[in-house]
Design a protein around this ligand. Structure first.
Ligand SMILES: Cc1cc2nc3c(=O)[nH]c(=O)nc-3n(C[C@H](O)[C@H](O)[C@H](O)COP(=O)(O)OP(=O)(O)OC[C@H]3O[C@@H](n4cnc5c(N)ncnc54)[C@H](O)[C@@H]3O)c2cc1C
Length: 548
């Protein structure tokens, strides 16, 4: 097998293995120094971007990994795993909250080394001549991160591709999740932009899938969840004309009393409905237990003046009242081409992006400082719920505001407006309709996320399990308040509760039955297993034993 993959079979050691034997050695010190650098974590075969989840999963390294260079390496690994009945796991960017790219005693297919990005003026899918017109596109190999795609497509080529918000997420994991970025309210999901993929299925065959060839598997890859269908080796995504400007609005508003905070939530939701519920505006706000509203909104297509005009009425209302304190409200825009240009940002003195500090790495390799808290975090609780746009209607807004206030008594509630497609252009909604993602996303104005965590329980470091369990209960309490207005919510497969026991319905709704049929067709023996993946109900929780 080692020969079949050009020698790229490696024995995997846990991320901090060196620290157990030589705590002062260079390898251990390097791992500790870089433990909160998402690029470093991605470069380690045993690296995971989150450090596990209370009572759910703990990072565990595979026995061996194939550091694949191409589809032929992947095919050799898949054939070997199938023939010898091995537990197989696939890892790209390593950002799974659910731990689905980490499996003990497994053979890992690790795609990190496959990271070429090619921009096309006119891409025509295999077998699509005369059926689908060529379109501008980008082909990304499966080990690429979104920052690699944005650097090639936006910074260098002046176009736009719909990917994820977090720069270091892997392209293949996110597209198979459905996938949302800051501008998804304008351009839809990442999955909906998929034109073609190359995938090695359980039989070891390298297949091209698109709307014209293997269209059932193509549809399943568009949101059916990573790690269940085969190993994707490359993806081709549609590109769009780049808007002239990308912008932002941010700041924190602190209310003086509970009553004032209730009013602030109600006022903001009404403002959102009137001014921001459209293709221009995405990203999020945080509704905090300490009676604070934190704004972190992003827009596309509006210049500085237009952004300022949109926010003026709300900012003026806040500033005119002694019930609210704020010192940092700001809104503005920049040329879109400079959005993911970490070097240009640094020259302007912006600290919004953090560059990978290691020597010899690409200058484009930077992550958003807003994502720093999540790097290496250990999750205590996590829940997400899609909130229907009907809740924004005049008659419903008071209920919505009350539920958000009640939930925020338990824990901070984040509203990710770009992760619900209500308010998006008709074509973005139609394209997302033709994916496997739960169709409730089409009618949701936002995805509510409630999550918490802390430093991982590592030897020699304090860890209070009681507090961690209290945190988990607080997430459940907050989610229960939102369930009072959305009794059976859909949830985003990749940003969801590990313990969701109605996951089939929550992640995929009525699409689940069709997904299961595709799974049975291409992977009848269940070689590809992940926690709460399509077909996983037939397996023990570790993926080793078939139950039915
Ligand atoms: C800090 C952070 C920020 C995030 N931000 C966003 C965001 O802005 N928008 C959003 O939509 N989501 C976001 N997510 C969720 C993220 O999109 C998913 O977790 C995604 O699946 C991660 O992909 P990955 O390749 O990085 O992770 P991995 O853990 O490597 O993979 C995730 C899953 O996909 C499978 N997989 C990976 N590569 C392949 C492949 N080549 N072929 C087949 N299966 C594969 C794995 O087996 C695993 O099951 C975020 C997650 C984190 C931790």
């Amino acid at each position: 097998m080692k020969q079949a993959v050009g020698g790229n079979l490696i024995q995997v050691r846990p991320l901090f293995a060196a620290c157990a034997t030589e705590p002062k050695g260079a390898e251990c010190l390097d791992a500790l120094k870089n433990a909160r650098n998402p690029f470093f974590l991605g470069d380690q075969p045993a690296g995971t971007q989150v450090s596990g989840w209370l009572d759910a999963w703990t990072p565990a390294s595979s026995a061996y990994a194939v550091a694949a260079r191409n589809a032929s390496d992947v095919s050799a690994a898949v054939n070997f795993a199938r023939e010898y009945n091995l537990r197989l796991v696939v890892k790209g960017g390593g950002h799974s909250y659910q731990g689905t790219s980490s499996a003990p005693d497994s053979l890992m297919v690790w795609t990190r080394a496959m990271s070429a990005v090619t921009v096309h003026d006119a891409f025509l899918g295999t077998g699509c001549r005369g059926k689908i017109p060529p379109s501008a596109a980008v082909t990304v190999e499966a080990g690429s991160m979104w920052i690699d795609a944005y650097d090639a497509v936006t910074t260098k080529a002046g176009r736009y591709v719909q990917g994820g918000g977090c720069a270091t997420v892997g392209v293949a994991g996110l597209v198979q999740s459905g996938g949302f970025g800051s501008m998804s309210k304008g351009f839809g999901t990442a999955a909906a932009g998929l034109l073609e993929a190359e995938i090695v299925t359980a039989d070891g065959v390298v297949r091209t899938v698109n709307a014209c060839t293997n269209s059932d598997l193509f549809w399943a890859l568009k949101g059916g969840g990573g790690g269940s269908w085969g190993v994707v080796t490359k993806l081709t995504l549609r590109t769009h004309e780049l808007p002239e400007f990308f912008g932002y609005a941010g700041g924190t508003i602190k209310a003086e009393s509970d009553a004032a905070f209730r009013q602030l939530i109600a006022r903001f939701m009404s403002f959102y409905h009137d001014k921001l519920f459209n293709p221009n505006w995405g990203e999020s706000v945080k509704i905090k237990p300490e009676n604070a509203l934190e704004l972190s909104m992003v827009c596309q297509g509006l210049d500085n003046q237009q952004v300022a005009d949109v926010w003026r009425p709300f900012f003026d209302w806040v500033k005119s009242s002694s019930d609210y304190n704020t010192s940092d409200l700001e809104a503005g825009s920049i040329h879109a081409r400079a959005w993911w240009d970490a070097e240009a940002r640094k020259k302007r003195g912006s600290d919004a992006m953090i560059g990978d500090p290691r020597p010899g790495v690409p200058v484009s390799h930077a992550w958003w400082s807003g994502d720093q808290d999540q790097v290496s975090a250990y999750l205590h609780g996590y829940e997400s719920l899609w909130l229907p746009a009907a809740l924004l209607r005049q008659a419903e807004q008071a209920h919505l505001a009350s539920a958000l206030f009640a939930a925020s008594r338990w824990w901070e509630v984040q509203l990710h407006f770009n992760k619900g497609l209500a308010g998006a252009p008709a074509e973005a909604i139609a394209a997302a309709h033709d994916t496997a993602t739960n169709p409730v996303v089409l009618e949701a104005f936002a995805l509510a996320i409630i999550a918490n965590g802390g430093p991982p329980p590592r030897p020699g470091q304090p860890f209070d399990a009681g507090v961690a369990h209290e945190h988990a209960r607080a997430v459940d309490g907050a989610a229960a308040e939102l369930r009072k207005i959305v009794p059976h919510p859909g949830s985003y497969v990749s940003e969801s509760n590990y313990f969701n026991d109605t996951w089939q319905q929550a992640f995929w709704g009525n699409n689940y039955r069709k997904l299961l049929a595709v799974k049975t067709k291409y992977d009848p023996d269940g070689l590809f297993f992940v926690h709460h993946g399509v077909g996983s109900e037939a397996w023990s929780s570790d993926g080793f034993t078939r139950l039915v």
